[in-house]
Each structure stands twice: as structure tokens, then as C-alpha cells.
Ligand binder design. Structure first.
Ligand code: GSH
Length: 245
């Protein structure tokens, strides 16, 4: 419920995808933490542009990836984007959003993103219902391989999963799977019951359909244990049991 309020307060930004003209050859890397209002903005832009990224969680008190950001950029400030395709490395949420639209969207920055200050204020307000979730590190065991998550930024069910991945400092490949058509809005159980075709033009949705037989977001893949889960409650239980120390 609180997660839905957060998405609603952001006007459901980060729900629709209009794929970028150019897809990065090497995956983008974003150092961020889920509870940070500034970090939400580039994550929303990634969904809007249908871009994947490796998320390196940097919650407060985190020791796994925070030092790397200080090493690369000189300070512990988040978000921090690394683009291995161009060598670009940058702080500042709105600079990152503009960079993504310019470099990969290859289209003018949408009007709403030009009002950077308003976006930041709105993001701060919308995070209030989540309190401190996704902000502070908890001890965990580090996975050998990155996890993978099919998600889109505004998904109320994905947010708690991303918050826990963040708190446990578990890096993951974020497969964005936003919405492009009306049928994407039909809840998965209704879609299943009515036999509604779930196919999509988005690569990640196609991939998920093939992999799981249905499209239900979030969907977690853990190559360390050969586990795949498609229900947020099951995913949360699994992450606690497997990685929380
Ligand atoms: N103007 C920056 C502000 C970034 C910022 O202040 N981020 C906070 C987190 S919300 C931060 O990095 N705090 C330092 C820390 O968490 O240690 C932006 O828009 O990206």
C-alpha cells in the first residue's frame, strides 16, 4: 500500500517505456540506493527509455560499493552513473537523466524532466511513505554472481524487493520491463484467468514470457542457486533466508 502511494505521488513516472533509439552495447552501471530521492530519477528514466543497468546498491553504512564510488568520483554522493561505452562517469541525478535521453534516447529531453528542481522535490515527498526502507545497510553474505531482476520503477511490488536488495548490498542486473500497451495494465492473475495474450514489443518482456511462461513483475533470477521466483513475497523470503547474515 505505502509503495503504491509512493508511485502515485510520483504520478506513476517510471511505468511506461518508449525504448531508446540506441541500445548500449555494454551494460550501464548505476551506483545508488533505493531510499534516495535523487536516485529514483535516473531509475525512472531508465524505465522510460527501456534501458538495463547493473545496480550497485550503496545504502548508508554500506561497505561493498560505496568505497568504489569514492575511488572513481572522489566523493560519496549518489546516484553515480558509469557508462563503459563512452567512459562517462557522473554524479547529479538530472545530469544523468539528460545524459541518458541525449546519448541513448536520442530525443529531446521531455518537458517534465526540464523542471529538475520540481522533480527532486516531488521525489522527496513521494518517498515519505517508505520511511527509511532501502536506505541503511544490513549485514549479508555477498553473492558470487550478480542477481537479475525484471522490474519497472513504479511497480509497487518491485519496490520492496529492490529495497531489500539494496539493504543487503546485493548487486543485480536490472532488466527494465515497463508498459507499452493497455493489456500490460491487466493484473497477471486476471490475464491468466481470461487467457489474455501477454506478448509485448519489449525485449525484456519477451524474454520474461519465454523464461517464466507469463509476465509477472517483479521476477528474480539468482544464478548462484539456480533459483527463479515471480512473487514479491516469495522473493523477499528467499533473499532474507539466503543472504541476510
Ligand atoms: N544534487 C544531487 C544530490 C545527491 C544527494 O544528495 N544524494 C544523497 C543521497 S539522497 C547522498 O549522496 N548522500 C550521501 C550519502 O548517502 O552518504 C543529485 O541530484 O544527484
Amino acid at each position: 500500500m505505502a509503495s503504491s502511494i509512493t508511485s502515485a505521488l510520483r504520478g506513476w513516472t517510471g511505468i511506461n517505456s518508449n525504448p531508446a533509439t540506441l541500445k548500449p552495447v555494454k551494460t550501464l552501471e548505476l551506483y545508488e540506493f533505493e531510499g534516495c530521492p535523487f536516485c529514483r530519477l535516473p531509475r525512472e528514466a531508465l524505465t522510460e527509455l527501456d534501458l538495463d543497468a547493473i545496480i550497485y546498491p550503496c545504502p548508508k553504512g554500506g561497505t561493498r560499493f560505496r568505497p568504489k564510488v569514492v575511488e572513481m568520483g572522489g566523493k560519496a554522493q549518489f546516484p553515480f552513473l558509469v557508462d563503459p561505452n563512452t567512459g562517462a562517469q557522473m554524479y547529479e541525478s538530472m545530469d544523468i537523466v539528460a545524459y541518458l535521453f541525449d546519448t541513448y534516447g536520442q530525443r529531446p529531453l521531455p518537458l517534465k524532466w526540464r523542471a529538475g528542481v520540481l522533480q527532486k522535490i516531488s521525489s522527496m515527498g513521494s518517498g515519505i511513505p517508505r520511511l527509511t526502507k532501502g536506505s541503511f545497510a544490513r549485514s549479508s553474505s555477498a553473492p558470487a554472481k550478480n542477481l537479475e531482476l525484471y522490474s519497472f520503477e513504479a511497480s509497487p511490488f518491485s519496490r520492496p524487493v529492490r529495497e531489500l536488495l539494496c539493504e543487503l548490498e546485493l548487486p543485480y542486473l536490472l532488466h527494465n520491463a515497463g508498459r507499452t500497451s493497455v493489456r500490460d495494465w491487466v493484473p497477471p492473475p486476471v490475464r491468466d484467468a481470461l487467457n489474455i495474450d501477454a506478448s509485448s514489443e519489449l525485449e525484456n518482456r519477451k524474454e520474461l514470457l519465454e523464461r517464466a511462461g507469463r509476465i509477472s513483475i517483479p521476477y528474480l533470477v539468482d544464478p548462484n542457486t539456480d533459483t527463479e521466483l515471480g512473487d514479491s513475497t516469495d522473493i523477499l523470503d528467499y533473499l532474507y533466508e539466503t543472504y541476510s547474515a
